[in-house]
Design a protein around this ligand. Structure first.
Ligand code: MG
Length: 262
């Protein structure tokens, strides 16, 4: 969907150059505390996502808006979760790796813990992790990894059949008891997390990956391709899909600097 460019609104979707340099510096200096038990299978799973590749090529047919987030922030500390709850959203759907924790780590990234606690409080704990590994039937059929993750992170892990961005959202709507349009999808990948959320009418929040360390080369390459095209489409005036609860012109109100203590 192409609409007239709105300079003031576009700013909220573009990352400041300074912030980008900071992230890149951190990405190469962070010592990722990945779980030593993380299996090679999980890494291989993340290396290739056939549905994501198919979706990528379909975007050139005019569906670029599916890859564009409603909100783009350095990390979850920069989102006003209480305001989004007040806007009527009912639940949160989090990606895990590089959104809440380092890749394959079984703990919430310490610098995000306070913000996550406030976020969960604002939504009365109504949140799930929706991962392309733990809880995915193809990879974790008995939910063993999901159970470990739930115990470690304190957030339910949704058991589901399809890998993001493919599949429906029946499991999510059943879990929350509301339509997907009342949910917020939060993740670090445009063609998996954001595209999945937009396909189902959720509000989508993109965060910068916490680190580049420990990621498979395929993920690193896919991320570079996504970032290139998303920047190009945004500069061309493509907007994310319209969302009934938050008009495009008011999206920026839900972003800001972290509160004291976060
Ligand atoms: Mg991720």
């Amino acid at each position: 969907m192409r609409v007239a460019r709105a300079p003031s609104a576009r700013r909220c979707l573009c990352r400041p150059r300074a912030g980008r340099r900071t992230w890149l510096h951190r990405a190469h200096s962070t010592n990722a505390q990945a779980d030593p038990e993380a299996s090679g299978m999980a890494r291989a799973q993340q290396n290739f996502n056939s549905v994501g590749v198919g979706l990528f090529f379909s975007l050139f047919g005019g569906r670029q808006s599916l890859a564009l987030p409603h909100l783009a922030a350095p990390d979850i500390r920069h989102v006003d979760w209480a305001a989004l709850r007040a806007a009527g959203f009912s639940g949160l759907v989090f990606d895990k790796d590089n959104t809440l924790s380092l890749p394959f780590a079984l703990e919430v990234e310490p610098r995000l813990q306070e913000s996550l606690s406030r976020c969960l409080a604002a939504f009365e704990g109504r949140a799930v992790l929706y991962s392309n590994s733990a809880g995915l039937q193809q990879y974790d059929p008995e939910g063993k990894e999901a159970a470990v993750m739930e115990a470690a992170l304190g957030i339910p892990v949704l058991r589901h059949v399809d890998k993001k961005p493919g599949g429906g959202c029946t499991e999510l709507e059943a879990h929350f008891g509301c339509p997907a349009s009342d949910l917020i999808m939060v993740g670090d990948r445009y063609l998996t997390d954001i595209a999945f959320g937009n396909r189902h009418g959720m509000l989508t929040v993109h965060v910068q990956p916490l680190t580049a360390a420990g990621e498979p080369y395929g993920v690193w390459l896919a991320r570079r391709v996504e970032e290139f095209w998303v920047a190009r489409w945004t500069a061309a005036g493509v907007h994310p899909p319209a969302h009934g609860r938050v008009p495009y012109t008011e999206l920026a109100k839900h972003l800001g600097d972290p509160s004291p203590g976060q």
